[in-house]
Design a protein around this ligand. Structure first.
Ligand code: NAI
Ligand code: ENO
Length: 369
């Protein structure tokens, strides 16, 4: 029986646990640690873990592989008590899922000589703007890249052992140096999150002048700012931990914006069209993966008319048809309706069934991403 420890059982820790468990249900025992007893209880109730504890030594005891799945600043703090834990098994692999790698790998290297285990940095390049174990799904990492950052001293046998375990995620595992990882991921993930949030803030300032700004916000604005709905604490940690690259990229961006400003101000038709054409070509040429770096969750939206008991009708209908909902939220209000209900499902087939059941009952349902 293989023992896997998950430290921080949220969206990513839960999704790793589920994918490993689904692959080998009878051969794996998943033990978890979290600061929040409630997350451990929920994870146990959802069948994501076999055992939960708020005692770190007990959680790592006897584990063959330990995944640290907390926000990145906590990963740095947890490395010492985990790598130097007397309960850590000889030759255990300790890995993490943090969105940045340089600081984490550097801290692990400082501790490596005194540890019984071996640290290999990791980062699954898939996620969501949702968090918590309730949003975890075993298919989250399917077809996404999963970066590992073994150091030059890491014996290849350990890396191969970890890769074999990660095969259950069906991600494409690749190896990178921590600095290259942080520079590239800074540009394609971290900095875009800063831009998305800044764009929301930008329009919010205008909103003080007229309420129409956010009321009219649709289509493109929604698409480009979707990631601004992500977990603020997680992104605070990421930005602090990848500070230098993000600051550099921000300076490059300001220069780029100067060019764009100059181009638009000049009214030069040819330059402006070329700007949009080139961006379109690069964007259209992005690798067409079924599930990319930001895979959609299985969300269904229902417009809720303004009369009592409607939300109850929706959930009852789904219950009668035995369709499980992972998450439910009322998102926004428009004048003509009471709100938009977002129903999240763990599996695509549940979403399809729910869509049919609700449509047959004349609810206005739609998908959106
Ligand atoms: N959410 C995403 O899209 C992605 C996140 N990541 C990385 O994965 C890590 C986890 O992110 P999520 O699973 O989204 O967060 P989450 O908020 O869903 O889960 C984090 C869990 O860690 C627990 N936790 C926090 N501090 C702790 C501590 N000191 N000790 C023990 N438990 C602690 C929390 O209670 C929570 O259950 C972060 O480092 C993030 O940068 C990586 C890829 C994608
Ligand atoms: O790709 C994005 O930017 C996402 O929103 C999903 C995500 C978030 C954090 C990561 O470390 C990796 C992927």
């Amino acid at each position: 029986m293989k023992r896997i420890a998950i430290i921080g059982i949220g969206l990513i820790g839960g999704s790793i646990a589920l994918s490993i468990k689904k692959h080998d249900p009878n051969e794996v025992f998943i033990q978890a640690y979290d600061l929040k007893e409630s997350q451990l209880q929920l994870a146990r109730a959802l069948g994501v873990i076999d055992h939960g504890t708020t005692d770190l030594d007990k959680a790592v005891a006897g584990a063959d592989v330990v995944f640290i799945c907390t926000p990145v600043q906590s990963v740095c703090h947890l490395l010492e008590p985990i790598l130097l834990s007397p309960a850590l098994k000889e030759d255990a692999i300790v890995t993490d899922v943090g969105s940045t790698k340089m600081k984490i790998v550097q801290r692990a290297q400082e501790l490596s000589a005194r540890s019984k285990g071996v640290f290999i940095g990791g980062h699954p390049m898939a996620g969501s703007h949702k968090s918590g174990v309730e949003a975890a799904t075993e298919r989250l990492f399917e077809n996404a890249y999963y970066v590992l950052t073994p150091s030059e001293e890491t014996e290849d046998a350990y890396t191969q052992r970890l890769k074999a375990l990660l095969a259950s995620t069906r991600a494409k595992v690749v190896e990178m140096k921590p600095d290259e990882h942080d520079r590239v991921v800074g540009a394609i993930s971290h900095f875009p999150h800063v831009i998305a949030s800044a764009l929301v803030e930008h329009v919010y300032q205008y909103q003080q002048e007229s309420e129409w700004y956010l009321r009219l916000a649709a289509g493109g604005f929604r698409d480009i700012t979707r990631i601004a709905s992500s977990n603020p604490k997680m992104w605070r940690d990421i930005v602090l931990s990848n500070h230098s690259f993000i600051v550099q990229q921000m300076k490059d961006w300001l220069k780029q914006m100067e060019h764009v400003l100059d181009m638009i101000d000049s009214g030069d038709e040819e330059r402006i069209e070329h700007f949009f054409r080139h961006a379109k070509e690069v964007r259209d040429g992005l690798p067409d993966t079924k599930r990319g770096a930001i895979p959609s969750f299985y969300d269904l939206y229902v417009d809720i008319p303004d009369h009592p008991g409607v939300i109850g009708q929706v959930t009852t209908l789904l219950g009668i048809h035995q369709i499980s909902i992972t998450n439910i939220a009322i998102l926004e209000t428009r004048e003509d309706i009471m709100g938009v209900l977002r129903l999240t499902f763990r599996h695509e087939c549940d979403l399809e069934k729910a869509e049919k059941v609700l449509r047959d009952a004349n609810f206005p349902v739609y998908r959106r991403d």
